[in-house]
Design a protein around this ligand. Sequence first.
Ligand code: URA
Ligand code: SF4
Length: 203
Amino acid sequence: MSELTELYDQVRVCTKCDLSKGRTHAVPGEGPENADIMFIGEAPGFYEDRDGRPFVGAAGKYLDELLALIQMKREQVYICNVIKCRPPQNRDPLPEEMDACRPYLDKQIELIQPKVIITISRFAMARWFSDKKISEIHGKPKKFGNLVVLPMYHPAAALHQPSLKRVLEEDFKRVPQILKEMASLQEEPEEKPAPPPQQLSMF
Ligand code: URA
Ligand code: SF4
């Protein structure tokens, strides 16, 4: 059994937080182990909890359409969430639930080693950009060692707000180019304070 399959089995019976009590199915994630692109959403909703699969509701159908814009199918990418069990009424995950669930996503990233992680939820984005706003950094890839992280708006948010839909679609259309240029992306240097003005030597 592959390590990824073992992980799925652990997630399906996990009781490390109280979300296990209200779930129908845990939703570990799915996709090829050698996927170049990994999408990380927030948490399962009604349909995901019912089926045990990520992004199978309205947001998922829209994600399929977004992938089609760049001639890709969902079978080619890895799709998962920060939280593997549905929170009641789709409320935001609690910090203790995210802490309890975090090792599963850590392990998925370690096993799949994607080239690009596309975060499509603010909780996924916060892993790499804790102090940033999605309105400022969406569509801008950033390199972390060998990994590029690309924050995008959540497809469900775009479905509710037509102006975001355009933005998300434009961001998506740039993915093939980003994949091509990845090798040449430079790690952004830490922002340094401006150097002190140079001392002018009098004599
Ligand atoms: N929204 C998410 O963030 N994840 C899903 O799996 C479905 C909807
Ligand atoms: Fe376990 Fe994560 Fe489900 Fe909580 S949400 S029970 S930590 S799999």
